[in-house]
Design a protein around this ligand. Structure first.
Ligand code: ADP
Ligand code: MG
Length: 719
């Protein structure tokens, strides 16, 4: 027996398997050399020691359980196990006996690791695959999914494992996908594209491969790989949309569009081309582009050559010819068509009809030329200011009128022009304010200074200039030199005066002759020693005074104008005139009746001018009373501030026509008349801030009413 045991141990020493024996207390009783080697221990260090104290790590591993089960059930166990402390795999066979346990083990690390590696590879292929990888059972329920699947659809692995693929497929594709699935379960690999839905509703396009899972010759499910092609699909969608948009752009464009090849043959035109030029697509496709007028051929060829080098020509304003031969102005953009290799294969043209714009531009040009000529050749001086009040334009007449050249005043501000006299400054500021508010100044009589310092009477008109938006852009001023006109007015006044003087002279001569005759009589009497000399002298000197009075009044009329306002007693003024006109009245059988207010009435006037007015009105009244009658001169107060003088005659009156023409120069119904009296009188009264009213009835008589402001004593005191 002992021999047998020895032999057995000898055999055990030689086997390559590890072997050790344990007693019922789990102590090593024997360890062969292979076991010592495999366990990296010395045999002597193990024998007699407890296995669980020597290899405590094993307690946590399968070894512990298996060995205990073998002892408990008294049945051998066979297992493979990994032992991490040694990084080794063992195949273990343990045989229990009543004395303990005999354990054989083999290092299977090599085999084991290569298997694990393979598993790892597969696992990694599954887990790390950039595409979704999954498997279904024959009912389409997921059996396994990889992480890409989770990301692709937004469901977790456990959610997916309780689903079939049906909810993931878009409705429209479901039937087709079902068919593919069925074919795959029949053993035929399927490749197809499908539109699927993410958990959040977004669309995911997939390129799917489905193949059967075959185990032991039986199809048990379907294995699938799905590649996300959403980006590619969307890109394609975008591309086809872009193409659609481009086509719609070309087709519906209001501008004419054409495409020609390198030989100028038409490849394509749009409908606007057809309407703009009158050619139908069928009639010109394949033919040379017919819209270039002959006279522009060389020029356009040059342009085409340039485009063929790859350069675009933008907004070229040129002329094109329609089918009916008419020419139109167009703005054209020509661009090269370049293929993928960068070669120019043709030219696209797009053009807009700008004929009406051109015409409008032409009209504007003509209009502004006309305007320019109007301004430049105007007899009135014209200045154009910008909104700041700087001169932007002046005309020739302005230069001649005031002496500054256009260059001298260009850009100069209104107040730096030097043509505004100080006393007019407030007026100019008022006008400027009005114009800037958009108002027009029309025909205002005022004064300006020339470069040489001479004052000029002008009529000023000014009007705002607005830009296209209606905002004030500046204003224009027109200045008419009325210095000469003014002079002629004064001359007219003098003419009238002299004429009146001349007409009065006859009466006056008569008037003077009477006193002279009496004086002569007295001188004769005195020479011959008759009568009371004292008495004669009295009469003679009174007659002389009378002559003197008449003459001095007559001379007033011959005096030059001196526009000077003085406070004047109106009753005295009228009385003096009546002296002058009395003879005239008597000669015409007219009695002058004065009905003056008792109070002292003062007006501010140029005495001479005012006398001229009343002489004229009274003389007109006398002349109207061919058969004689009463001429009443009344003074009344219109109100506190105004005096009213009425000259009431019983003459022939005036017709409507005469009244309407009164005030026009040289309108007279008299043989020796000047037709100036009324006009001048009216003007003088206007200058005195007064009014003239006429009331007249044919064959009844005329009333001329003059209203003049009274001198306000209180106001004077205050001043
Ligand atoms: P003239 O006296 O030189 O004719 P005026 O300008 O003074 O010029 O008057 C113009 C015309 O108006 C007169 O010719 C006359 O026909 C008419 N006229 C003016 N005053 C009277 C009047 N008081 N009664 C009737 N006609 C008048
Ligand atoms: Mg008159």
């Amino acid at each position: 027996m002992s021999n047998t045991k020895e032999n057995a141990y000898e055999i055990l020493e030689r086997v390559t398997d590890g072997f050790f024996a344990l007693d019922v207390n789990w102590n090593f009783t024997y360890v062969n050399s292979a076991a010592a080697r495999l366990l990296f221990r010395k045999r002597d260090n193990l024998v007699g020691k407890n296995i669980w104290s020597e290899f405590p790590e094993a307690i946590e591993l399968v070894f512990y359980n298996h060995y205990h089960r073998a002892i408990r059930e008294q049945k051998p166990v066979l297992f493979e196990a990994y032992f991490p402390p040694l990084n080794m795999w063992f195949e273990v066979k343990a045989y229990p006996s009543l004395n303990g346990l005999s354990v054989y083990f083999q290092d299977i690390s090599d085999r084991k690791l290569s298997q694990t590696q393979k598993d790892e590879h597969y696992k990694s292929l599954f887990e790390q695959n950039p595409d979704a990888v999954y498997s279904f059972d024959l009912n389409g329920n997921y059996l396994s999914v990889n992480p890409v699947m989770e990301r692709m659809f937004g469901y977790t692995e456990s959610e997916l494992l309780q689903m079939s693929f049906v909810p993931l497929v878009s409705k429209g594709d479901l039937d087709r996908v079902m068919e593919h699935y069925k074919r795959a379960t029949e053993g035929i690999t399927q490749r197809y594209q499908v539109k699927t839905l993410h958990k959040n509703g977004t669309v995911v396009y997939l390129n799917v491969t489905n193949m059967p899972i075959i185990i032991n010759g039986k199809i048990v499910g379907v294995y699938g790989i799905a590649k996300d092609i959403t980006d590619r699909q969307l890109e394609q969608d975008e591309l086809s949309k872009t193409k659609e948009r481009l086509e719609s752009f070309v087709h519906n464009n209001a501008d004419a569009i054409w495409v020609i090849d390198l030989e100028d043959r038409v490849l394509e035109i749009n409908s606007s081309f057809e309407t703009m030029f009158g050619y139908s697509a069928e009639s010109i496709i394949g033919k040379t582009l017919p819209i270039v007028p002959d006279f522009l051929n060389d020029f356009i060829q040059e342009i085409h050559n340039k485009v063929r080098t790859g350069v675009s020509v933008v907004a070229l304003e040129t002329i094109r010819e329609c089918m009916d031969g008419s020419l139109i102005h167009v703005s054209a953009t020509l661009s090269p068509i370049v293929d993928l290799k960068g070669n120019v294969t043709g030219i696209t043209g797009i053009c807009r009809n700008i004929t009406s714009r051109k015409k409008a531009e032409e009209t504007v040009k003509i209009k502004s030329k006309q305007l320019e000529s109007y301004i430049e050749n105007n007899v009135d001086g014209i200045l154009i200011f910008n909104r700041n009040g700087d001169v932007v334009h002046s005309n020739k007449a302005y230069e001649t009128m005031f002496g500054w050249t256009g260059e001298e005043i260009q850009g100069v501000h209104l107040y730096d022009l030097g043509f505004i006299p100080d006393e007019i400054l407030t007026e100019v500021k008022r006008f400027e304010g009005k114009v800037k508010q958009g108002m027009v100044i029309f025909g205002e009589e005022t004064i300006r200074v020339r470069k040489d310092g001479v004052k000029v009477n002008v009529i000023l008109s000014a009007a705002p200039i607005h830009d296209a938006q209606g905002n004030l852009d500046g204003w224009s001023s027109t200045l008419r030199d009325i210095t000469e006109w003014k002079m002629s007015q004064i001359m007219l006044q003098n003419t009238e005066k002299l004429s009146v003087a001349g007409q009065l002279a006859a009466g006056i001569a008569h008037e003077i002759r009477n006193p002279i005759t009496s004086i002569k009589g007295f001188i004769y009497l005195m020479k011959n020693g008759f009568g009371d000399k004292e008495e004669y002298f009295k009469i003679m000197s009174s007659e002389c005074e009378r002559i003197e009075g008449i003459l001095s009044e007559l001379l007033i009329l011959a005096k030059p104008q001196i526009n000077k306002l003085e406070q004047t007693d109106i009753h005295m003024l009228l009385t003096q005139i009546i002296v002058l006109l009395k003879t005239e009245a008597i000669m015409n059988n007219v009695e002058i009746i004065t009905e003056f207010l008792k109070e002292d009435l003062q007006i501010n006037c140029d005495e001479n001018q005012m006398k001229q007015v009343f002489i004229n009105f009274i003389k007109n009244a006398i002349e109207a009373m061919k058969k004689g009658g009463n001429l009443t001169i009344q003074t009344k107060k219109r109100d506190e501030k105004k005096l009213m003088i009425q000259i009431i005659d019983e003459g022939g009156g005036m017709s409507e026509e005469t009244i309407s023409k009164l005030g026009q120069p040289f309108y007279t119904t008299k043989q020796k008349g000047t037709g100036l009296g009324f006009m001048i009188s009216k003007k003088i009264i206007d200058n005195h801030f007064g009014e003239v009213h006429i009331e007249s009835e044919v064959n009844k008589g005329t009333t001329i009413e003059v209203i003049i402001p009274l001198v306000n004593e209180k106001a004077n005191l205050l001043n």
